[in-house]
Design a protein around this ligand. Structure first.
Ligand code: ATP
Length: 749
């Protein structure tokens, strides 16, 4: 176990000692004591000058354990190749036999061959190093009294860090606030079940191993549920993860299937080449040719024919391809994925934010008493109007509409400041609607007493509140969500200020309205309020537009024509999903759409029979994704699947190519994914697939080229020897041809 390393601040501006606490010690102490040892301010965080000061002393929160071998040593190690040794031997023999011109030519050739191999290997190492720096971890920490979004490497001991669902813990933290927190520590302890966490100190006798330190969040672990705050107790190599990291570094990355098959090909070719060269040397010797000549020709042929650079070239090609993909905004985390991309034939994509812009604007309002209003303006601002029968509606001058706006505003966690949205776009659209009506202060009128948060499984959100100025009055519930869900909680509807019992005729009218809004491609939200969740009054519907991203239609057409099927998976309703899918060209007359419920009713075999025809999975939630992937893979498809939430992680792991969203995605899903789309754009998947196919072809071309030069050299010398002709090429000529062939043409391929 790591022992706390006490370090002394250098003499000068500050004489204080800022120790690094071991997680064992920190878990035994009460939070206040930990804070006072680390001179931390739990609520306001550290001051920026203090952070700089501590960083100068503790360093960055990262690992730097690479002991770089000097370049000259790497260069010398290239000479350890047995073939090069043989060539060197033949150069020495040439010197001994006073054939100095041969010796010089062979030596120059050796230097060039070794240099080419060294440069290739160096490039490969450098590009792999670059890859590991592509996704720098980020976090939320409190500094100077404000929550800041910073890089995890900036953290210093004593910083206050906020954690929420889906986050990767950025340093070892002593928790001082934890609500419903459970953390997946499998990367550290191997324990797969998430671990519940709390803040209470742990007696020294019971916190011997990492799993029992329930008030510590360890660096590199993943928040599965809840939220928390903690003080940084250990960063970089002073964290518990430091040890694991060192072990991980020591472990060599597994080879990709392509690298493995190239290794095998290389070995087979070497074996055949050696066999043929052996025969050539034997026949030449039997024909009475000079033994040294035959030896040098044999060794040179071996150097020319054996594709010793093949595995390195494959790694360089893959790594360079990955760097090119980064320029196209796709970060590929694992090299094998480049090959898989080349043969991907089904893409399952989320709708919101990937195919559409996730810029939501309310355009239609339908009140429970049958009024239809239109809303103008776009974006998260107050520019726009609500128009009913040609009249502009403002403030409370239409109670049916203002009630909808009130419910949408109070049952909401988003904020719009300076035309910038903080929160979910669907909720931002409702705040913007309130701003257009001059009702945006409504949120502050209520004090929230309880909350039922939105989830993709549940598809609704509700809050229980009291009015700020009438706190003696009973609590009110506000609910918003998918129409089918909200209506289940309603017993009445609002009609011109009156509350009337909800009858079948009303339900049918609302259902029709919801279908017609959905068929126009709008996302539909139903709103309700009332004293209790089961006794709500239905208030009406809002239709929200989320325009398709530009260029998606073209990308979809290109992919479909090149044989890649595209399936949309969305939590939205059938009408909305089908309308958007048709607009994007991924749903046609022969396509099918099935719902999450239908997926539940089918087993994998049954689902496999219909998935080839299904283009849209609607009212689906993350748990359906796994079943969809399995059913497609059952049919032999190579599947790419997109995801952003914590619940998508399993599906991303199961897919052949798990694709996480760079902007909206949680750390958990980025961790599980093979590829990250920096700007969440579907078109990037297309570029990555194109790039993958290109790389695959490049490698194929390189192998063909290498083989053709090797076979040509071997055949020429074999035939000449068999026919007892004088050797058409001497050793130096073979080596020079090899250098030229391994040089510009092969490198460019
Ligand atoms: P995807 O990104 O996979 O396409 P989605 O955005 O289409 O997902 P969800 O976010 O799960 O799907 O939304 C499903 C339904 O839940 C929506 O059609 C809407 O009716 C409702 N909904 C969405 N966001 C909220 C919210 N913040 N509060 C209440 N209801 C919501």
């Amino acid at each position: 176990m790591k022992v706390a390393r006490l370090q002394q601040i250098p003499d000068g501006d500050n004489e204080t000692m800022i120790p690094v606490l071991s997680s064992k010690k920190a878990s035994e102490l009460p939070v206040d004591e930990v804070a006072s040892i680390l001179q931390a301010n739990l609520q306001h965080g550290l001051k920026n000058c203090e952070v700089c000061h501590r960083r100068a002393f503790h360093g960055w929160n990262e690992f730097d354990i690479s002991e770089d071998e000097p370049l000259w040593k790497k260069y010398i190690s290239q000479f350890k190749n047995p073939l090069i040794m043989l060539l060197l031997a033949s150069a020495v023999i040439s010197v001994l036999m006073h054939q100095f011109d041969d010796a010089v030519s062979i030596t120059v050739a050796i230097v060039i061959v070794v240099t080419v191999a060294f440069v290739q290997e160096y490039r490969s190492e450098k590009s792999l190093e670059e890859l590991s720096k592509l996704v720098p971890p980020e976090c939320h920490c409190v500094r100077e009294g404000r929550v800041e979004h910073t890089l995890a490497r900036d953290l210093v001991p004593g910083d206050t860090v906020c954690l929420s669902v889906g986050d990767r813990v950025p340093a070892d933290l002593r928790l001082f606030e934890a609500v419903d927190l459970s953390i997946d520590e499998s990367s550290l302890t191997g324990e797969t079940a998430p671990c519940a966490k709390s803040t209470a100190p742990q007696p020294a006798a019971t916190n011997g191993d990492l799993t029992s330190r329930s008030n510590i969040a360890f660096m590199g672990t993943l928040v599965r549920c809840g939220k928390a705050k903690g003080i940084v107790i250990g960063t970089g190599e002073n964290s518990e993860f430091g040890e694991v990291f060192k072990m991980m570094q020591a472990e060599e990355a597994p080879k990709t299937p392509l690298q493995k098959s190239m290794d095998l090909l290389g070995k087979q070719l070497s074996l055949y080449s050696f066999g043929i060269i052996g025969i050539i040397m034997l026949v030449g010797w039997l024909q009475g040719k000079h033994i040294l000549d035959m030896f040098t020709i044999g060794v040179s042929l071996a150097v020319a024919a054996i594709p010793e650079g093949l595995p390195i070239v494959v790694t360089v090609t893959l790594a360079l391809g990955v760097m090119r993909m980064v320029k196209k905004r796709a970060i590929v985390k694992k090299l094998p994925i480049v090959e898989t991309l080349g043969c991907c034939n089904v893409i399952c994509s989320d709708k919101t934010g990937t195919l559409t812009k996730n810029e939501m604007t309310v355009t239609h309002i339908f009140t429970s008493d049958g009024q239809r209003a239109e809303v103008t303006g776009v974006g998260y601002n107050r520019f726009g109007e609500v128009i009913l029968d040609g009249d502009v509606i403002h403030g409370y001058n239409n109670p049916s509409i203002s009630k909808i706006v009130e419910a949408g505003c109070v049952c909401n966690d988003a904020l719009i400041r300076n035309n910038t949205l903080m929160g979910k776009p669907t909720e931002g659209a409702l705040i913007a609607l309130a701003m257009k009506m001059g009702l945006d202060g409504l949120q502050e009128d209520y004090i929230r007493k309880a909350e039922y948060p939105f989830s993709s499984e549940q598809k609704w959100m509700a809050v229980k509140c009291v009015h700020r100025t009438q706190q003696d009055k009973p609590e009110v519930c506000f609910m918003k969500g998918a129409y089918e869900q909200v209506i289940r909680y309603c017993t009445s509807y609002s009609c011109k200020g009156q509350i009337l019992p909800l009858i079948q005729q009303q339900r049918e009218q609302y259902q029709q309205e919801k279908t017609s809004m959905g068929s126009a491609g709008l996302r539909v939200l139903a709103l309700a309020s009332g004293p209790e969740l089961g006794q709500l009054t239905f208030l009406g519907l809002v239709g929200i537009i989320d325009p398709p991203r530009t260029g998606i239609k073209e990308a979809v057409t290109t992919l479909i024509t090149s044989g890649v099927a595209i399936k949309m998976i969305t939590g939205d309703s059938q009408e909305t999903a089908v309308a958007i899918a048709s607009r994007l060209g991924l749903y046609s007359k022969n396509s099918q759409a099935i719902s999450g419920e239908e997926i539940d009713d089918l087993d994998i075999q049954q689902l496999s029979q219909i998935t080839p025809k299904v283009a849209v999975f609607y009212r689906a939630s993350p748990r359906h994704k796994l079943k969809i992937i399995k059913s497609l893979q059952n049919n032999g498809a190579v599947v790419a699947m997109t995801g952003d939430g914590v619940n998508d992680a399993v599906a991303l792991k199961a897919a052949d190519i798990g694709v996480a969203m760079g902007q909206t995605g949680t750390d958990v899903c980025k961790e599980a994914a093979d590829m990250i789309l920096v700007d969440d754009d579907f078109q990037t998947i297309m570029s990555a697939i194109e790039e993958g196919k290109g790389i695959y072809n490049n490698i194929k071309n390189f192998v063909r080229f290498q083989l053709s030069t090797s076979i040509a050299a071997l055949t020429l010398i074999s035939l000449a020897t068999l026919m007892n002709f004088p050797n058409p090429l001497n050793a130096m000529q073979i080596l020079w041809i090899n250098i030229i062939m391994d040089g510009p043409p092969a490198q460019s391929i």
